[in-house]
Write a protein that binds this ligand. Structure first.
Ligand SMILES: Nc1ncnc2c1ncn2[C@@H]1O[C@H](COP(=O)(O)OP(=O)(O)O)[C@@H](O)[C@H]1O
Ligand SMILES: [Mg+2]
Length: 163
């Protein structure tokens, strides 16, 4: 089951609003993938999602840890896999099982966390249901958001988010 949606965020605060609204409807077991070039607004959006989940502390780009765990209404996990790739701009790059074991990847998919992943191309194959969001910078500071919901629960969540 798949559903698609797209919209342009004209300003950073429009991006924040989209993210906060998504965070408000996310449930444990939900996975959000965020793709787009450096500077697209993935982390800005991720921070807004975290606020929507009720995370009080500021989400940082996890520089040394790759994975950041936060307490919100539900446990919220932010991953930024950028530094695990030889070439992060290769949309087909994969991450090895060893690398995933190294960051404890599987620990976060037992249905009790809300997980958001920046630079997810290397792990998409490991996931069954997820909201796949691509942010594309347009001229003049605008950002195109394209979302594809894969799987039944992601489709349900997308409807609650923007439906
Ligand atoms: N419409 C917009 N939506 C999101 N961010 C925007 C927008 N316009 C400008 N920006 C700016 O672009 C930058 C995006 O940075 P960041 O979120 O760290 O990108 P990424 O994580 O994708 O590398 C931020 O400084 C943000 O304020
Ligand atoms: Mg980022």
């Amino acid at each position: 089951m798949q559903e698609q949606w797209e919209q342009v965020a004209h300003t950073p605060s429009a991006t924040d609003e989209l993210g906060e609204r998504l965070g408000q409807v996310l449930k444990p077991g939900d996975v959000v993938l965020l793709s787009g070039p450096v500077g697209a607004g993935k982390t800005r959006f991720a921070k807004a999602v975290a606020r929507g989940v009720g995370v009080g502390s500021e989400v940082t780009s996890p520089t040394f840890t790759i994975v950041g765990e936060y307490e919100g209404r539900e446990p919220f996990v932010h991953m930024d896999l950028y530094r695990l790739y030889d070439d992060p701009d290769d949309p087909l790059a994969q991450l090895s099982e060893d690398m995933l074991v190294g960051i404890g990847f599987d620990d976060y998919f037992d249905g009790s966390h809300i997980v958001l992943i920046e630079w997810p191309q290397g792990v998409r194959r490991c996931l069954d249901t997820y909201l796949d969001i691509v942010i594309t910078p347009l001229a003049g500071g605008e950002r195109a958001f394209r979302a594809q919901a894969v799987g039944v629960s992601a489709c349900a969540r997308m409807k609650e988010w923007v439906g």
